[in-house]
Write a protein that binds this ligand. Structure first.
Ligand code: GDP
Ligand code: IMO
Ligand code: MG
Length: 415
């Protein structure tokens, strides 16, 4: 067994794992690995637009609402106030875990302040996408999980929160139905929504609580807290590539806000970035690769959405974006993932400056040898080490974790 204690100690009491690109960087795998050393694991923002994959003993698990570390049997699990929760998806995830003999319910707390994503939010998400496509020729390419409409209701101060699960919402939903039909021409099935609410009330009604109190009492008693970010920095509603972003704050600050933690509580932030770059959906992607290279990366990296199955657009690292992610989030450690996907590349371009003529690139020589499954830094080929050390130098943050495969064990931990 490798000694990772120096790395784990360097994370301190509260660590956030944050995507540095456009999502799908490999936050799930990082969370799963680090979670075994933490007491509380939390999701803070976003909803089931997230798809976090972990591979344990050859079996793939995809988490959408629950944090990826919850296969570790003894952890307290929190879904924070900043989240938007689609209840049938949550019940499905709970049932899936139960089929693996993991009963999450007794150790799960869902914030009474988190908002409920209803079926009608999903229908509206799809309708708004269609409208954008018709009007502008393209939509945002959302996951159609109802995220935008749920946050629209939240900021318009007419959202329905988890704390209201125990109340009778029939009249409220009937009014919504009229509003939806009149404003957007979108249909809604009130009985189906009520039935989803009843199922959730029965199965997880007892999990709803004041997660702010819970997390602060954990903090006071010296417990360690791991926050799993969702989406990525470039999808942040404020700092991302607006309007091609999600509707929540995806940065470390957003994660803290979503859990009711003060900024000074955070002791470390692991920025997760692929050794290249991908994006699902529409929007700018200055380092997007030309077709043949994109196809190669997509095939080698299995770049298909964990939530929607859509092929991901593929390209190269962008240094300006990494730097920006480092200072926006206060990244203390990088987890560079999917190094093994670059194993067969002759040259690896990295976008280094954005000028009027577009992105300027620096090219790194490939290593043309397998790094799959390597767990020791010194066993990496020299060109791969040079690539990693250049990233460290340019971003002024150490690369502490390096992914060399999908599996839990396929990682280099440097200390
Ligand atoms: P997340 O949304 O950030 O958790 O990332 P996703 O799960 O959506 O996508 C990351 C994909 O890359 C998943 O299929 C992971 O199993 C896979 N993955 C993560 N780290 C590595 C790695 O180091 N090497 C390879 N080959 N695959 C990885
Ligand atoms: P994880 O947590 C990658 C993208 C969508 C779309 C935009 C808005 O797995 O990294 P939304 O449904 O949120 O309104 O879609 O954001 N998007 C993601 N892309 N990974 C994600 O999550 C994403 N969540 C949203 O593709 O471009
Ligand atoms: Mg994902």
């Amino acid at each position: 067994m490798r000694d990772t204690s120096a790395f784990i100690n360097s994370l301190g009491q509260v660590c956030a794992i944050i995507g540095a690109q456009w999502g799908d960087e490999g936050k799930g795998k990082a969370t799963d690995i680090v979670a075994q050393h933490f007491d509380v694991i939390a999701r803070a923002c976003g909803g089931a637009n997230a798809g976090h994959t972990i591979v344990v003993a050859g079996h793939k698990h995809v988490f959408h609402l629950l944090p990826s570390g919850c296969l570790h049997g003894d952890k307290k699990v929190i879904l924070g106030s900043g989240m938007v929760v689609h209840l049938p998806t949550l019940l499905e995830e709970i049932a899936l875990l139960r089929s693996l003999d993991v009963d999450i319910v007794p150790r799960l707390t869902i914030s009474h302040e988190a908002h409920i994503v209803f079926g009608f939010h999903r229908t509206l998400d799809a309708a708004l996408e269609e409208r954008r496509s018709k009007q502008k020729g393209k939509g945002i390419g959302t996951t159609k999980r109802g995220i935008g409409p749920a946050y629209m209701d939240k900021t318009a101060r007419c959202g329905i929160r988890m704390g209201e699960l125990h109340t009778d919402l029939r009249n409220e939903l009937i009014q919504r139905k009229t509003l939806l039909e009149e404003t957007y021409g979108v249909a809604m099935d009130v009985e189906e929504e009520l039935s989803d609410l009843a199922d959730a009330r029965e199965q997880i009604g007892g999990c709803i609580g004041d997660t702010v109190e819970d997390i602060h009492s954990a903090l006071h008693s010296g417990k360690t807290i791991l926050v799993e970010g969702a989406q990525g920095t470039l999808l942040d509603i404020d700092h991302g590539t607006y309007p091609y972003v999600t509707s929540s704050s995806t940065t470390a600050s957003g994660a803290l806000q979503g859990l009711g933690l003060p900024p000074r509580a955070l002791t470390s932030c692991i920025g997760v970035a692929k050794a290249y770059c991908t994006r699902v959906g529409e929007g700018e992607f200055p380092t997007e690769a030309e077709d043949s290279a994109a196809k190669r990366l997509r095939e080698r990296g299995g770049e298909f959405g964990a939530t929607t199955g859509r092929p991901r657009r593929c390209g190269w690292l962008s240094l300006p974006d990494l730097r920006r992610a480092a200072y926006l989030n206060g990244i203390t450690h990088w987890n560079l993932t999917k190094l093994d996907v670059l194993d067969e590349e002759d040259v690896i371009p990295v976008g280094i400056t954005r000028g009027e003529q577009g992105m300027r690139y620096q090219e790194f020589p490939g290593w043309k040898t397998s790094t799959a499954g390597i767990t020791g830094y010194d066993s990496l080929p020299a060109n791969a080490r040079a690539y990693i050390e250049w990233i460290e130098e340019q971003t002024q943050s150490p690369v502490a974790l390096i992914g060399t495969g999908q599996g839990r064990e396929e990682i280099i931990v440097r200390s």
